[in-house]
Design a protein around this ligand. Structure first.
Ligand code: HEC
Length: 126
């Protein structure tokens, strides 16, 4: 009985940790000093990053984003010419994956830039 309780609790804590993982990484690494989720700061919004990478890099979007975080980037976003994305070579491959997934997920939230039938819009089964 107690065992079950502990088990359940761990499960809940575990799953909420998972959900905030990307946000924790973003906080710990100070990404929001330059970036915002959906508005321009001194760096492109993650939402715009997601849309740009999906459009230009297709199925390589994730790998490309991971590479930019790890090695830095400059010159890709016109409005930010002269600004540089610093390299975060301290991040592990798992961190990079988490961040890239999170950033890409921002591109499918709301907004008017639909490319039709994004992920999560499953409509089959008549
Ligand atoms: C010092 C400011 C600064 C910080 C801190 C920063 N960025 Fe950036 N980031 C930029 C700028 C500027 C660009 C635009 C680079 C360009 O034009 O190629 C950018 C671009 C990006 C891109 C798009 C690259 C691409 O290939 O499309 C991603 C993804 C990104 N940042 C993620 C992050 C993450 C994740 C963090 C935290 C770990 C972070 N950034 C921290 C300034 C910053």
């Amino acid at each position: 009985m107690i065992k079950t309780l502990i088990y359940t609790t761990t499960f809940f804590i575990g799953s909420s940790l998972f959900a905030t993982d990307a946000q924790t990484l973003i906080k710990e690494n100070g990404c929001f000093a330059c970036h915002a989720l959906a508005s321009k700061k001194s760096a492109p919004a993650f939402k715009g990053v997601a849309m740009r990478n999906k459009r230009f890099n297709g199925s390589n979007a994730k790998a490309s984003i991971m590479n930019s975080i790890k090695n830095g980037s400059e010159g890709k976003y016109r409005h930010f010419i002269g600004a540089k994305m610093p390299a975060f070579s301290n991040l592990t491959q798992a961190d990079l994956t988490t961040l890239a997934d999170y950033i890409l997920s921002q591109g499918s939230k709301g907004g008017s830039c639909g490319h039709g039938g994004g992920m999560g819009m499953r409509r089959g089964g008549m």
